[in-house]
Design a protein around this ligand. Sequence first.
Ligand SMILES: NC(=O)c1ccc[n+]([C@@H]2O[C@H](COP(=O)([O-])OP(=O)(O)OC[C@H]3O[C@@H](n4cnc5c(N)ncnc54)[C@H](OP(=O)(O)O)[C@@H]3O)[C@@H](O)[C@H]2O)c1
Length: 384
Amino acid sequence: MKKVLLFGATGSIGKQTLDIISRFRDRFTLLGISGKSRLDNLLEISERFRPPLIALPDEESVSYLAERLSYKPEFFVGDEGLSRMASEPSADVAVVAISGIKGLIPAYYALKTGKRVALANKESIIGGGFLLLSCSQTSGGEIIPVDSEHSALFQLLQKYGESSLRKVYLTASGGPFIDWALEDLEKVTPELALKHPTWKMGEKITIDSATLMNKGFEVIEASVLFNLSPERIEVLIHPQSTIHALVELVDGTIFAHLSKPDMRLPIAYALFYPERPTLDVADLSFNPSLTLNLFPPDFQRFPCLALAYSALKLGHPYPLILEASDEVAVPAFLEGRIKFTDIPRVLEKTLNEFTIRYKPSTVDEILAFHEEVKNFTEEMIKSL
Ligand SMILES: NC(=O)c1ccc[n+]([C@@H]2O[C@H](COP(=O)([O-])OP(=O)(O)OC[C@H]3O[C@@H](n4cnc5c(N)ncnc54)[C@H](OP(=O)(O)O)[C@@H]3O)[C@@H](O)[C@H]2O)c1
């Protein structure tokens, strides 16, 4: 029986992880959970799975839960609580499904204490991937990516490793505006942007998918996780979201990973690896209407993708700057303070104008640096 810590239990990935755990109760038990604002949801999850450990952002949230729970778990509070729960020695796996750079805290401490980290959180890889990799090398911890494209690449690269690899392709659904003209993109509203054609996800990542920033982040993730130069990573628009990644070998042969767009597949893969569980949640049927289109992205209409390649080529801490700036630009768009097409403008301005006083190299420095970039972006948006 594997003991699982689930960071971000109330989110989209969190809920899908709970679905997998509930299907395999004979294999996994929930040792700990964390959440931030959806406390009633956390309460329901706690009553259903009765995890003995719960991490919360503050003492107020602890009181809220403690007064209502029918059992007495151990509570962990704040950032320190996240690091302490992640370091819990009896846990085998930490699923890191928190959104934002705070995901770096549980990812780092779970790896440092030698655990498997099923890593959905992108921000920690983009901003602190170098730290996570070096930490796992010394501690014996391992990262199994949960992001669907990286899970697909991980699976393909198990079979077709570095010696025969020419390059990799990540696919992108293209989001709801892939066919829109540049001038029409100026008129995109938050309501329209939140309607993703193929995936059901949290708000931030849904907007990032519509700008293709998400795919840009995934290029950075792939570079970090699989040690690939930017030139060896290409993006292909694939509206059906059925092919998740492809590898091209030195003789020109290409292998693809196909599955229905359902995050429970990569989550289950990361929990069970190297075993493959029997799952019937998302079978792909080759009915006559199954068509697969693949075409290159338009970097002009979707400049966020180009910004990601630029940041990756510039190296640390530019990907961190890009990601932090995006964490401010996306809510500003959702709140109607900037236009959809202002998102890449804001990001580019931050990349160009933020003064790098030091290269953050520890978890605390990365979090502090991230906050500085967010403040800078916030001020810049006010002055637009
Ligand atoms: N959704 C997908 O299909 C998908 C696919 C690939 C990768 N990812 C990545 O997975 C991560 C989670 O995505 P999601 O879509 O599941 O996001 P989400 O639905 O917004 O959920 C985020 C989770 O993180 C918690 N959280 C947010 N900020 C926190 C903080 N500062 N401290 C502690 N907990 C915090 C939230 O708690 P409350 O809800 O209680 O506030 C919630 O449990 C992101 O990094 C995303 O890029 C997601």
